[in-house]
Design a protein around this ligand. Structure first.
Ligand code: BGC
Length: 572
């Protein structure tokens, strides 16, 4: 894959004073999460202190200064709990400990203290829909057999015929293959994800009580907020006999009539959690990973009586087009208003193809196909002739500056500040994602977004750690490393740092006003009398509106025009 080199660019966008940047620290009020920039760390791939090839908590601790230098407000740690790693740590075997390969509770406490000292908050992932299959509860459920209280913590069912011994329904796991797994005594258990991730029974009071204990355990250690995995999935109604088929539940869609997704009762859980969050000073924050059918249904998770905020992934799925970006923002600001929360914006995370790679694809009229298209490109080994990595990189920077000018919270994913594209050519023996294995390689999976970060130009794992990394890194990581970009004003890293600091400085309230764009293929919005954001989504230059240039996402050819795939922040 042809790589883009920062050194080849001769543009500098820095127009603000260092003194301004010095004056900014973390947002100190209890509503910090409303407009925070949160940086997601996938711990196993961030930094490895002990050289075993797996990123760890001391590794993150050693990079606190770097994290603070980005200008973010908080870090969100994906799971770091004991796990057999059937799904990258989202198969948790003990919710109140640190995986010994990643460190100890003492290391965790030290990290929290160092982040707080640096003015950063910490959000952790809670995975309540399922445990790992090595969790003591699940082992006990297997040992104690049908009808036991231990089985009632999960969703076990007898086989249903015909034919004799068949699973209770034809439901499919999200990672491929059946969602029911049979155990030695003949019963089946439900696992909507991998078979190592048995779904919990949230009608069981012991399950509910235990998660409250877990929330308090971490909140007492100083954790500032929680990201709730599969937040829409906890409460289930499997009382129908026979159970509806997969085709029927697909037709019903998430909502009160779906047996698993976005049922009304789930909010009782979050009301209880809110009381826990609010019993702390300052209250702990919550953000749900919610997939709901309508804006109104998603908004229910984000109310002050519930989790407080819910992820919206619409920008991530939007094609790089003015109309799509604008309508996505309009729709989501209206949705946020329904709940009294703010919107959240995401372009990349550990589950999706990194945005420079997505944007290197030709645009499609149907936004739902954007992911499929990137997936097809990855599956082909990157050999699709029309993929344009340099264009993808330019669009990614433009989309990032667009996103960072929006009101609400922005969620960044580790490595996006380096402009990292997806690593497409991971050999099958190095793949880890259950989606790859459960689909016999048809689904390439998410490993390409989870390759350990490059910190230096050289070394056995480009500074990730003293040893080699748990997923091999490509050679071109050297020139995308933090070391290669440090001090380069045209680098992606410099753009993120500058944008995050200006965002802190310029953000005023939660309003956004659309201005007449200079072209149909552009958007222009104002956040304050002194800050507007104009993006050219086209492949041709468009006229530049008046206003002093604060920063740009790419090189400018002159003062009159905005080049293709470029965002400008203007004073005025
Ligand atoms: C996480 C995924 C994970 C799944 C199952 C998702 O929300 O983001 O990475 O595979 O939940 O826990």
């Amino acid at each position: 894959m042809a790589q883009f080199r920062f050194r080849d660019l001769a543009w500098c966008t820095c127009t603000h004073s260092g003194a301004i940047m010095e004056s900014m620290g973390a947002n100190s009020n209890k509503d910090w999460w409303r407009d925070a920039t949160v940086y997601q760390i996938y711990p196993r791939s961030f930094a490895d202190a002990n050289g075993d090839g797996i990123g760890d908590i001391p590794g993150i601790d050693s990079r606190v200064e770097y994290l603070a230098s980005l200008g973010i407000d908080a870090v969100w740690l994906s799971p770091f709990y004991p796990s057999q790693l059937a799904d990258g740590g989202y198969d948790v075997d003990n919710y109140r400990d640190v995986d010994h390969r990643l460190g100890s509770l003492t290391d965790f406490d030290r990290l929290v203290a160092h982040l707080h000292d640096a003015g950063l908050r910490i959000v952790i992932d809670i995975v309540p829909n399922h445990t790992g299959s090595n969790h003591p509860w699940f082992r006990q459920a297997l040992a104690e057999g049908p009808g036991s209280p231990a089985r009632d913590r999960y969703i076990f069912r007898d086989p249903v015929g015909p034919p004799p011994g068949a699973p209770p329904s034809d439901w499919q796991s999200i990672f491929g293959g059946p969602a029911w797994e049979q155990v030695a005594d003949g019963q089946y258990y439900l696992h909507y994800y991998a078979k190592e991730q048995p779904d919990l029974n949230w009608a069981n009071p012991e399950v509910r009580a235990d998660f409250v204990t877990t929330l308090r355990f971490w909140a007492d250690r100083g954790v500032d907020g929680f990201r709730i995995d599969v937040a829409h999935g906890l409460t289930k109604d499997l009382s129908a006999d026979p159970l509806p088929s997969q085709a029927e539940i697909d037709r019903i869609g998430p909502g009160p009539d779906h047996p698993m997704w976005d049922r009304d009762e789930v909010h009782e859980i979050y009301a209880e959690w809110r009381a826990v969050f609010n019993s702390y000073d300052p209250p702990r924050s919550g953000i749900g990973e919610v997939w709901a059918a309508t804006a109104g249904r998603r908004a229910r998770y984000a109310t002050p009586a519930g989790l407080g905020q819910a992820f919206n992934f619409d920008l991530l799925y939007a094609p790089f087009e003015a109309a799509a970006f604008r309508s996505t923002v309009e729709r989501n600001l209206a949705q946020a208003a329904l709940s009294g929360s703010t919107s959240t914006w995401v372009l990349s995370n550990h589950d999706v193809v990194r945005h420079p790679t997505r944007y290197s694809q030709p645009q499609l009229a149907d936004p739902d196909r954007v992911r499929e298209q990137a997936q097809a490109w990855i599956a082909s080994g990157g050999r699709v002739p029309h993929a344009e990595p340099a264009l993808g990189a330019a669009r990614a920077r433009a989309a990032t500056l667009f996103m960072l000018a929006l009101p609400g919270a922005a969620y960044l994913y580790q490595g996006e500040e380096l402009g990292l594209p997806e690593v497409i050519d991971i050999a099958p023996q190095h793949r880890q994602d259950p989606a790859f294995f459960r689909s016999a390689g048809k689904e390439i999976g998410r490993d390409g977004a989870r390759v350990p970060l490059p910190w230096t130009r050289s070394g056995p794992s480009f500074g990730f750690g003293p040893g080699i990394s748990h997923i091999p890194q490509p050679d071109w990581y050297a020139e995308m490393s933090v070391e290669a970009q440090a001090g380069e004003p045209a680098s992606s890293l410099a753009m993120y740092r500058q944008a995050l600091k200006l965002r802190h400085l310029l953000s005023e309230g939660e309003d956004l006003t659309w201005l007449d764009p200079p072209d149909d293929a552009a958007t222009h919005f104002r956040r304050s009398p002194t800050w507007s954001c104009v993006t050219n989504f086209a492949s041709h230059p468009v006229p530049r509106p008046p206003g002093r240039l604060l920063m740009a996402s790419g090189p400018l050819a002159g003062r009159e025009e905005i080049p293709p795939a470029t965002t400008l922040w203007l004073a005025g």
